[in-house]
Ligand binder design. Structure first.
Ligand SMILES: CC(C)(COP(=O)(O)OP(=O)(O)OC[C@H]1O[C@@H](n2cnc3c(N)ncnc32)[C@H](O)[C@@H]1OP(=O)(O)O)[C@@H](O)C(=O)NCCC(=O)NCCS
Length: 151
C-alpha cells in the first residue's frame, strides 16, 4: 500500500477491514504479478452505511498507485465494485469526490435523491448512484462507518 496517497489511507483501509461495515464481496482490488510478486495497484471499497432509516453503500476510498494512474485501472475497479453491488441487489451508492470523475459512472448530486452527507462540501461533491433495485429509498442523512470519523 506504500504507493497510495499516504499512511492515512492505508490506516483507513485496515480499520475498515476490521469494521462491521466491511462487505468482503463488494470491495475490489487490482493486482499485478510483475516479478512474480502480487502487488495491489488499485482499490475501490464499498462499505455499508446508514442513510436515514435505511442502508446504502459508501464508495471510499478509491485509489490507484501513481504509476498506474490514467490507464483505465480506476475505471475498471470502480465499475467492478458497482456492478457487484448492483448484482447483490443494493439500491444506492454514495461517494464524496470530484464530480468530473464520478460522473463517468453515472453519479449525480446526492441532493437530487434527497440524500445528504455529513460533509461541509459544495453540493455537487457529494454524489449518489441509484442501482437497478432503487425504489426511491434510501433517503435522508448518511452516517458513515466509524473508521471514517478518524480520517
Ligand atoms: C482519481 C483516480 C482514482 C482515477 O483513477 P485512474 O485509473 O487514474 O483513472 P482512469 O484511467 O480509470 O480514468 C477514467 C476517466 O476519468 C478521468 N479522470 C482520471 N482522473 C481524474 C480526475 N482526478 N478528475 C477528473 N477526471 C479524471 C480520465 O481522464 C478518464 O476519462 P476518459 O475515459 O474520458 O479519458 C486515480 O487517479 C487516483 O487514485 N488518484 C489519486 C487519489 C485520488 O485523487 N483519489 C480521489 C478520487 S476522487
Amino acid at each position: 500500500m506504500a504507493a497510495f496517497p499516504g499512511p492515512d489511507e492505508a490506516d483507513l483501509v485496515d480499520a475498515l477491514r476490521r469494521d462491521p461495515s466491511w462487505l468482503d464481496q463488494l470491495s475490489v482490488v487490482a493486482v499485478t504479478d510483475l516479478a512474480e510478486r502480487e502487488l495491489v495497484v488499485a482499490h475501490a471499497l464499498l462499505t455499508r452505511l446508514r442513510i436515514g432509516q435505511d442502508e446504502g453503500l459508501a464508495l471510499a476510498p478509491v485509489a490507484v498507485a501513481p504509476e498506474w494512474q490514467g490507464k483505465g485501472v480506476g475505471r475498471l475497479v470502480v465499475q467492478a465494485a458497482l456492478d457487484a453491488a448492483d448484482a447483490a441487489g443494493e439500491r444506492l451508492v454514495v461517494v464524496l469526490g470530484d464530480p468530473n470523475y464520478y460522473r463517468h459512472f453515472g453519479f449525480t448530486p446526492a441532493s437530487r435523491h434527497e440524500v445528504t452527507g455529513p460533509f461541509p462540501v459544495r453540493d455537487e461533491y457529494f454524489q449518489a448512484l441509484p442501482l437497478s433495485s432503487y425504489d426511491g429509498r434510501p433517503r435522508g442523512l448518511c452516517r458513515y462507518p466509524t473508521p471514517f470519523e478518524a480520517s
